[in-house]
Design a protein around this ligand. Structure first.
Ligand code: FAD
Ligand code: NAI
Length: 454
């Protein structure tokens, strides 16, 4: 049977692409080897957020006294937290399956490998079966980078070195947890396991955490974490992992950190091997599939979306990229823009950013103006964040007076940031934003307050 489209990979890029294609009337086949929903639904975005929400409730109970609430004997029951997480995942995966069905997408379980091309289109093998389609959407996602550090591979086999996959299913809370990599996964997992009672140490090779996040914000986040007892070893390089300890080097000296479990979270790499890309000549650049702004690869009618193209490695980017691909397949003009994609770190407090940081603006030679205010300018933030020290920074292009970046640390930031994203996407000027009426009292008013500083 020949399809209009075969999608390889059932994560956010794959399932959404398949749904949109089915909706547009394309006869669509989705091939998924492990789990519909991909990393995001099964071992990424959703399970981590379920855990973090349980930790937040627990912390609110434990530290409720400053709000006049005393809870005695609050307990975080990790097993129940994991049980609930599994329920949340099941519900959402069920929802995605239903959506695929509703959009007439045929789903095949198994490993898809591109075999070649015939007169009808591209051939994809799944076991002994071969499927053909006029178009392909490659959405095979990414996997954790496992560094060649002595002891790491052995540790993974023995179960004391974990990736995001295993840590989200740990049966018990480890007494001590060393996290290698102070990026997004490391910080979110540190947040949960610190609340759950582990002694958490983060080892980061750079002199700061949270990657490209605005430096002032990542410093505030680090200070908040240090107050909660999380230890940071910056400028530190792990040289060996043993059962019970991690050996790292810093300033030429060797140190050891106690570790019942070790989480490796030093980044992810696109899945481009073993899927037959070479059989049709798809170009790979620096380890990811090379695509243009329409999501097209160098091979006609072969598209790629999501982590596999190496652009942003976020689920919401994957969604939009998949839509752009499908729109181009059906002859609708659409291009991918990356300048207003929000990024959020779901720690407590949350961090949310969109657009240029001061660092990137300087690199690009943009003449900018910045307003940097305390989140305490928001009445609701003060009412709900006793002792909170969050900030909101907005960057404006000096010449055009357009918003080009917004960065916040403080709760609800994750739910607010899209507003700033819209302003950047639609190229709103300071004067336009000043005319917007924000609901009061809300934390989102902070954007208005910051803009009025300019
Ligand atoms: P994936 O979700 O990786 O899906 C790819 C799918 O393809 C997989 O299901 C895989 O089994 C399948 N596959 C691969 N090869 C084949 C093959 N040959 N045949 C058949 N199937 C195949 N992003 C956010 O935006 N917000 C978050 O809060 C967030 N939290 C995260 C937390 C963690 C712990 C992790 C690890 C990631 C998180 N991410 C988050 C990133 C997000 O999960 C990814 O950006 C997103 O899943 C990418 O979607 P994708 O469809 O490209 O790939
Ligand atoms: P990351 O790129 O965010 O962070 C990796 C960190 O590890 C960096 O700070 C890097 O300097 C450090 N590092 C690299 N090699 C190291 C080494 N040998 N020793 C010590 N430190 C080292 O990658 P992470 O946390 O693995 O997450 C992968 C991706 O998943 C993210 O880039 C993001 O796209 C996605 N993600 C998104 C989330 C969100 O949106 N909230 C949550 C979790 C993951």
């Amino acid at each position: 049977m020949t399809y209009d489209l075969i999608v390889i990979g059932g994560g956010p890029a794959g399932y959404l692409g398949a749904e949109r294609a089915g909706h547009a009337g394309l006869k669509t086949l989705l091939i998924e080897k492990r789990f519909i929903g991909g990393v995001c639904l099964n071992e990424g975005c959703i399970p981590s957020k379920a855990l973090l929400y349980s930790a937040k409730i627990y912390d609110n109970a434990r530290y409720g006294e400053k709000y006049g609430i005393t809870v005695q004997n609050a307990v975080l029951d990790h097993e129940k937290v994991i049980e609930r997480k599994n329920k949340v995942v099941k519900t959402l995966v069920g929802g995605v399956k239903a959506q695929l069905k509703r959009n007439n997408v045929t789903v095949v379980e198994g490993f898809g490998e591109i075999a070649g091309r015939n007169s009808e289109g591209y051939e994809v093998k799944v076991g002994n079966d071969t499927y053909t389609a006029k178009r392909l959407l490659i959405a095979t996602g990414s996997m954790p980078i496992i560094p060649p550090i002595p002891g790491v591979r052995e540790g993974i086999e023995k179960g004391f070195v974990l990736t995001n996959r295993e840590i989200l299913d740990l049966k018990t809370v480890p007494a001590s947890l060393v996290i290698v990599g102070g990026g997004v996964i490391g910080l979110e997992m540190a947040s949960y396991f610190n609340s759950a009672g582990s002694k958490v140490t983060i080892i980061e090779m750079l002199d700061h955490i949270a990657g490209n996040t605005d430096r002032e914000i990542s410093n505030i986040l680090m200070k908040n974490y240090q107050k909660k007892g999380i230890e940071f070893k910056l400028n530190a390089k792990v040289v060996e992992v043993k059962e019970g300890s991690v050996i790292y080097e810093s300033n030429g000296e060797k140190f050891s950190a106690e570790a019942d479990k070790v989480l490796m979270s030093i980044g992810r790499r696109p899945v481009v091997e073993g899927i037959g890309l070479e059989n049709i000549g798809v170009e790979i650049e620096k380890g990811h599939i090379k695509v243009d702004e329409r999501g097209k690869t160098n091979v006609p009618e072969v598209y790629a979306a999501g982590d596999v193209n190496g652009y942003s490695m976020l689920a919401h980017t994957a969604y939009r990229e998949a839509e752009v691909c499908v729109n181009n397949m059906i002859g609708k003009k659409d291009i991918m823009r990356y300048n207003a994609i929000p990024s959020v770190i779901y720690t407590n407090p949350e961090v949310a950013c969109v657009g240029e940081t001061e660092e990137t603006a300087k690199q690009k030679g943009i003449d900018y103006e910045v307003a940097n205010i305390s989140m305490r300018y928001s009445g609701r933030y003060v009412a709900e964040n006793e002792g909170g020290d969050g900030i909101c920074k907005v960057l404006v292009d000096k010449r055009y007076r357009k918003l080009i970046g917004a960065h916040m640390i403080g709760n609800y930031a994750s739910e607010i940031i899209y507003g700033a994203g819209i302003m950047i996407e639609t190229e709103m000027r300071v004067e336009d934003i000043k005319e917007i009426v924000f609901p009061h009292p809300t934390v989102c008013e902070i954007i208005r307050e910051a803009i009025f500083e300019l």
